[in-house]
Design a binder for this molecule. Structure first.
Ligand code: KG4
Ligand code: ZN
Length: 334
């Protein structure tokens, strides 16, 4: 079964060809960092314009690299939400046009389910039931995957997404965009115990996350102690990263133990973070939880994960018609 995946929910333009829901024949990802870096964040209008310029050549490249002709495809899977409406529209329009012209099955994929399905593109795919921590630039949530294609939301951020916090702190420290990788790099030279950024306390004991408190603490620190030397920047980056990782790991492990699941999935752009991968691996090991983490390039936005989720939905008989539309606030579960 050959499925073309198309992803354009935010600032990566991507197309991939996947065989049998598991084997990546091609996965072309064009980052737009050069477009947005001067602004220190994603500019939605510029993102959709860039998608519009390069989506068709990117799809061509993915098909050519896979050695697959459109006629040979069994289906086309496209991210239809959540994300930036203009960006999503470009992917949807291209996917619908191709499905119409070549007479192919079409399916709309939830971007967050795509992130979860990245874990199925490894030699050790997870088996339901599992708990998935999806940490990206726009979302930070815990999903209980009780059965295939069935999810319950068991926790989420009450304010900023984890990736958003990395991006904002990087901006405060003058480190550039996107924030995650530059914070991780700066933190390598810093002391994670240098500054105690307090984790938010949730009085109701919910499994939710909160990052605005840590972010505000960093902002106050920078105001009080600025301008910072390079070594002070490294210490702030390391201390912030440690606080964010602690928050993510503690809440996730507690939720897993409460729910009695034995398997964990860590995914989304922030799951590319080395210290987060290491800390969750260590804690999961302590509690005999089997942890599945996709390789870094499958954690950040890519179309292979969309094709993987799309294949599962096509096999379950799901089909979209040409009324398929972008849904910016699409949810995965209540
Ligand atoms: O999943 P993703 O590629 O796009 C969204 O769906 O949002 O996630 C992007 C986010 C950005 O906020 C970026 O700063 C963060 O993932 N990120 C990282 C790392 N690499 C990317 N955060 C921490 N450490 C990293 N190494
Ligand atoms: Zn994403």
């Amino acid at each position: 079964m050959l499925v073309l995946g198309i992803e354009s929910s935010c600032d990566e333009t991507s197309a991939a060809v996947l065989a049998d829901g598991r084997r990546i024949l091609s996965n072309v990802v064009a980052s737009q960092d050069d477009v947005h870096a001067p602004f220190g964040g994603v500019v939605p209008e510029l993102a959709s314009r860039r998608h519009l310029e390069i989506m068709v050549p990117i799809v061509d490249r993915a098909l050519t690299a896979a050695g697959v002709h459109p006629e040979e495809l069994d289906g086309i899977a496209v991210t239809h939400g959540p994300g930036l409406v203009g960006s999503l529209l470009v992917g949807c329009a291209v996917a619908k046009s191709m499905a119409y012209v070549h007479g192919k099955a079409l399916v709309g994929v939830n971007h967050l389910e795509g992130h979860i399905y990245a874990a199925f593109l490894t030699d050790d795919p997870p088996e339901q039931p599992f708990l998935a921590l999806v940490v990206s630039g726009g979302h930070t949530a815990l999903y209980h995957a009780r059965a295939p294609l069935e999810y319950a939301l068991v926790g989420q951020t009450r304010d900023d997404a984890a990736g958003e916090a990395f991006d904002k702190v990087a901006k405060l420290l003058g480190l550039g965009f996107p924030g995650g990788p530059v914070i991780q790099r700066a933190a390598e030279d810093g002391d994670p115990r240098a500054i105690a950024f307090p984790p938010a306390r949730m009085s109701d004991g919910a499994r939710d996350f909160s990052f605005s408190g840590i972010k505000t603490a960093v902002s106050l620190y920078v105001k009080r102690h600025g301008p910072l030397s390079a070594s002070a920047v490294a210490d702030v980056a390391a201390s912030f990263q440690a606080a964010a990782v602690r928050m993510l790991v503690r809440r996730t492990i507690r939720a897993a133990l409460d729910l009695g699941v034995k398997r964990l999935v860590l995914t989304g752009g922030v799951a590319a973070n080395g210290p987060l991968r290491a800390a969750l691996t260590a804690e999961a090991g302590q509690h005999a939880l089997h942890l599945h983490i996709p390789p870094r390039d499958l954690c950040t936005d890519n179309a292979a994960m969309i094709a993987a989720a799309g294949t599962a939905r096509l096999l379950a008989g799901e089909r979209a018609d040409l009324t398929l539309n972008a849904i910016p606030d699409l949810t995965l579960a209540a």
